[in-house]
Design a binder for this molecule. Sequence first.
Ligand code: IFM
Length: 452
Amino acid sequence: MKISLPVESILNTKQFTFGVATASFQIEGAAESRLDCIWDTFCATENKIKDQSNGLVACDHINLWQQDVELIDSLGVDAYRFSVSWPRVINRDGSLNQQGVDFYIGLLDRLIEKGIKPFVTLYHWDLPQFLEDEGGWLNRQTAFHFRDYVELISQAFGDRVYSYATLNEPFCSAYLGYEIGIHAPGKVGKQYGKKAAHHLLLAHGLAMQVLRKTSPKALNGIVLNFSPCYAEKDTAEDRAAAQLADQHFNQWYIRPLMEGRYPDIIEQLPELHKPDIEPGDLAIIAQPLDYIGINYYTREVYKADAKDGFANVEKTIMPLTEMGWEVYPQGLTDILVSLHQRYQLPPVYITENGAAMADKLENGQVNDVDRVAYFDSHLNAVNQAIEQGVNIQGYFAWSLMDNFEWAEGYEKRFGIVYVDYVSQQRTIKASGLAYKDFVSQRHDTTRSTSSY
Ligand code: IFM
């Protein structure tokens, strides 16, 4: 099983960036050498994580990072997307923790030496616990603390970073973390979700203003996740339900960035559910972006519902991944094309795409053919979107290696590299080999080791 794209596809050239992605809390471990974050607290709370695990060791990347960089290099990819752990690089008083900063500088320098472009996410969900104790993302001040952290860390990194993303998937931080409570910090209530979302978006805008000054040469942007919304039946009621869900879960995050306003449904929200918007906030949020990162895994299907206006339809269409998510590559083309038609998008990077599968390590090999098929169909979906006019510049496989899958613990494996959590042995899966073969056969330009 191989990954194969039409011969003329830009994805077959080295003009298109291919990478692998991870996030700090999911791989780093070494929790004792940083401040606590909301995920440490969440993991320590009973019944929040399926296998009762935590991020104390994870993939031990803090100790094994040099071999992990060798691994990334061996895959032949152009770029590595990782996140900085905010609680690892700052002290309680907001000053920099030099030991934490040095870890990332070492990593950045090694990547640059290898000619691998560093794509750095500044917030991938690990909010310092002391800030949560002051209200977390429900407290407007957290946005300003984020701005200050971004200023210090981007100055410390100098010109080493190829691309910054301010936030990863603010929908997940706000909705999963502060509205339905299945992610840290586990708050539940419709009065919280959109307030948290607004402060996250404000944090993004403030950080963009900083990055323009501290890192003017980097590609600066944000990463959003999208699950395109489809109607169960082709009826006016179900179509309206799908559109409403889309406003809440997708457009709520992108429209303020692109147009400086929230979707019109804001007018119908009960006062209590509305975000606390101060004059000037939306102009800060709508800073110009050098790129937008789009994460895609699956679609959602909705039907009309008397109580909330829409209700999620349970997945019955096969195949499903181990997460219970439908494999639906057409959804990736659809969301890219519809966003392109609706907004003046900056260049797009697919910053995450991948699948959890029931991997088995047998005789030193993982034959994850279903994941190879997933990458093949989704890369072809990206190609389709490009053919329909979307300016897509790169693609990152989620994930470089199996890791801590949040509330699912270590039971769900997304890696193209298998991790044995007892020995910390890494084994490249068939999907990793297929990805490597695909990226290595591209033509036109060569991976450069020169500075950018
Ligand atoms: O593992 C996560 C990642 O941290 C954010 N995007 C979705 C992935 C799979 O659930």
